[in-house]
Write a protein that binds this ligand. Structure first.
Ligand SMILES: Nc1ncnc2c1ncn2[C@@H]1O[C@H](COP(=O)(O)OP(=O)(O)O)[C@@H](O)[C@H]1O
Ligand SMILES: CC(C)(COP(=O)(O)O)[C@@H](O)C(=O)NCCC(=O)O
Ligand SMILES: [K+]
Length: 244
């Protein structure tokens, strides 16, 4: 069995496969001691692990040690690359790019094979544009929605509110409404800017992934949702590496 892991800054997403058929997939919290506890009993039958991570180095090392102790097969970490199958990274220093961004872009490139926008609404929101010819045109990194809520709670003394994910865009008339409608307002602004960029750049479509994907779609983001786009791209690359 092959185990694919996408370890972000908030959640660890995993997928167990046998001969490229998905046996099971799920997620754990990166703040828990054992984010893979749901599949502990299967790790002894895993022949290979492929990992995409942007987690803190101490967490990456702890995950590596946890896997090495339990998995008989190889544990391989995959990072952003300069180029693969015609997809070309715009970063001169590719090692600085989050592995999740490259794997999400590669998953989109393999699925579409033409210009597209990739949005990962996770702990941070990342946006990447790829041209029809496979050139990474560049992208953006924004604070994630939960990160924005958290910064208001921790950095503003007199803002008390309960976050809610309902979409409401009218001007708020209480602290809670001003904050929650503000989050919908920011999400709408992101969606509208994406639509303008995709139009101007002549990109064919938008692929969205990440825990807050549905929130962006709820305010009108015209995108197809691919909940495991990072795992998809990671799986394509790992398969290509081992089939070469
Ligand atoms: N059950 C959940 N646990 C944690 N975050 C969640 C959950 N459901 C939705 N979210 C939202 O998804 C975001 C995390 O998305 P995810 O793609 O897992 O992040 P990352 O890849 O950065 O670890 C959080 O910031 C939060 O706003
Ligand atoms: C921007 C990110 C934190 C997003 O990660 P996530 O929100 O999925 O945890 C991650 O892609 C990252 O650490 N990037 C490194 C900087 C860069 O991509 O330029
Ligand atoms: K992510």
């Amino acid at each position: 069995m092959r185990l694919l892991i996408d370890a972000g800054n908030t959640r660890l997403k995993w997928r167990l496969e046998h001969d490229l058929t998905v046996i099971s997939q799920g997620r754990g919290s990166m703040s828990s001691d054992h984010p893979l506890s749901d599949i502990d009993q299967y790790l002894g039958t895993v022949s290979r692990v492929a990992v995409s991570t942007v987690a803190r180095e101490d967490l990456r090392m702890a995950l590596d040690a946890y896997l090495q102790e339990r998995v008989p097969g190889e544990v391989r970490f995959y990072w952003a690359e300069k180029e693969r199958l015609g997809l070309r990274n715009s970063y001169s220093n590719v090692s600085a790019m989050g592995a999740d961004r490259w794997h999400g872009m590669y998953g989109a490139w393999k699925k579409r094979g033409r210009g597209c926008a990739v949005i990962d609404a996770g702990s941070a929101i990342t946006i990447d544009y790829v041209s029809d010819s496979g050139n990474h045109l560049g992208g953006y990194i924004l604070p994630g929605l939960a990160m924005m809520f958290k910064s208001l709670k921790t950095d503003a003394a007199r803002i008390a509110f309960e976050p809610n994910h309902a979409v409401a865009l009218e001007p708020g008339q209480s602290t809670g409404e001003c904050v929650n409608h503000g989050m919908s307002w920011v999400s709408l602004a992101i969606a509208q800017q994406l639509h303008r960029d995709v139009e101007q750049l002549g990109l064919s479509d938008i692929l969205v992934t990440g825990g807050d994907a549905s929130r962006l779609q709820a305010v009108g983001l015209n995108a197809s949702e691919h909940p495991s786009l990072v795992l998809d791209g990671l799986g394509f690359i790992d398969h290509e590496v081992f089939s070469a």
